[in-house]
Design a protein around this ligand. Structure first.
Ligand code: LLP
Length: 425
């Protein structure tokens, strides 16, 4: 917890007290440590620095699409993995090099495809229908599109079933055994430049071996694709490296690189082309950089000791959706003894609105500030306005400086783009 520490009984993010942050910016509040973000970004770069092949890191925008964070990653040389027109829009605003902005997705509309082709980004194509649409629109626009097929490698990572994506039963990709037929078609399709092979096996994977398996599958496909006379520019093994939510350890980018590099180096020798390795990390870049601060509105002894805070699954869906574990502390009672077992619940009108269950904490009182750790990935980006709740602000801390990087939403933003026809006014 180098960037998150205890000082004078309070939780600090770099040089700033969380209690002060909530005083200044209100609660709830997402707080990101710039130092932690840069450290994670560099960890991947350093881990692969000794590889004898080129490696590109495409940050998975879905994990956290805050522009300031993306600009920091862009400055580190990252590209981006985008999964929708909106994410593409954001990635372009953040200034990522379009050559390394991969347009992913299993169900892209014609409108999205047109936008991607006009932007000149490469595509990961998920079906023959999509290939046909991309080719048609590319021809119309007199453009060439670099493409990869997303293969389904039929690999079972040990993770939550909702986020395992490389199983043969999953909706993603084309079965790896038959994808060569799709490549044959692509080679003959106007406007299409076959450039790569893509796969992504899932998320929060805490074992490196499924990635190695996936890489081997990608190479098996690459050998066949090359026989079509194709020069491969990239082999993309997706994202998915897990992080240490529970405090029990997790593989690092270094552990990941140590397994991946030798396999890549050995197998690339059998290819004629010299493809780059592309990786799409999301969670392992932003997850542990950010905490969610949330004020205690009430403490109640009922069936359990309930601590009712002002952030719920509207702002952090992971516990409700996946039963995910996030560490919590009382940010203003860091040096106090643990006194009791508490369940932290949000303000949403559903019993499933639980952020943390049965946690030993110091005596919690109304007005205290709870910090939920590791909330940087799939936190704000999965937030909603459910129950008419405005989304909260985000700040970035860089040593002793604080930057407001997203304002709290206003009430008119709850109204949004609704139109009341005059008949009902
Ligand atoms: N590439 C593709 C094609 C993806 O679909 C994903 C994540 C990533 C890269 C980044 O994976 P990461 O490195 O972040 O694991 N909402 C869930 C996670 C969903 C992941 C979806 N795809 C959660 O909160 O656990």
């Amino acid at each position: 917890m180098e960037f998150f520490s205890e000082r004078n009984g309070e939780l600090y993010v770099e040089g700033i007290s969380c209690v002060d942050l909530v005083e200044q910016f209100g609660s709830p509040l997402y707080v990101t440590s710039k130092g932690a973000l840069e450290k994670n970004a560099e960890a991947y770069i350093n881990a692969f620095s000794k590889a004898s092949f080129e490696v590109r890191f495409l940050y998975a925008v879905k994990a956290n699409n805050n522009l300031t964070l993306m600009k920091i990653l862009n400055r580190k040389g990252y590209g981006a993995d985008v999964f929708s027109d909106g994410e593409l829009y954001l990635a372009l605003l953040a200034g990522f090099n379009r050559k390394y902005v991969l347009f992913n997705g299993n169900s892209k509309s014609e409108e999205e495809i047109r936008m991607g082709i006009e932007a000149g980004v490469p595509f990961s194509i998920d079906s023959l229908d999509e290939l046909e649409t991309v080719s048609k629109i590319a021809e119309e626009l007199c453009k060439e599109v670099r493409i990869a097929f997303r293969i389904n490698p039929d690999i079972s990572p040990n993770t939550h079933p909702k986020i395992a994506t490389g199983l043969k039963t999953s909706k993603f990709g084309i079965p790896w055994e038959s994808v060569i037929d799709a490549y044959k078609k692509a080679v003959e399709s106007p406007g299409i430049v076959v450039s790569g092979i893509h796969c992504h096996i899932g998320s929060q994977i805490k074992d490196v071996s499924p990635f190695v398996e996936a890489l081997n599958r990608v190479f098996d496909v690459a050998e066949k694709v090359e026989k079509l006379g194709v020069e491969l520019e990239f082999l993309d093994i997706g994202g998915g490296l897990g992080i240490d939510y529970e405090g029990i350890g997790a593989p690092t980018p270094k552990d990941f690189a140590e397994e991946i590099i030798p396999v890549f180096e050995r197998r690339v020798k059998d290819l004629n082309s010299k493809p780059e390795l592309w990786i799409e990390p999301g969670r392992s870049i932003v997850g542990n950089t950010t905490i969610l601060l949330t004020r205690v509105n009430a403490v109640k002894k009922a069936y359990k000791n309930f601590v009712a805070v002002d952030a719920g699954f509207n702002l952090l869906l992971r516990p409700a959706m996946y039963g995910a574990y996030h560490r919590v502390v009382v940010a203003n009672r860091m040096s106090e003894e643990k006194r009791d077992v508490y369940t932290i619940v949000g303000p949403i009108c559903e019993s499933g609105d639980i952020l943390a269950e049965d946690r030993e904490l110091p005596e919690v009182k109304k007005g205290d500030v709870i910090a939920v750790f590791d909330a940087g990935a799939y936190g704000f980006s999965m937030s909603s306005q459910y129950n008419g709740r405005r989304r909260c602000a985000e700040v970035l801390v860089d040593r002793d400086r604080v930057y407001l990087i997203r304002e709290r939403e206003s009430y008119p933003e709850i109204v949004g783009r609704q139109i009341v026809p005059p008949e009902f006014a």
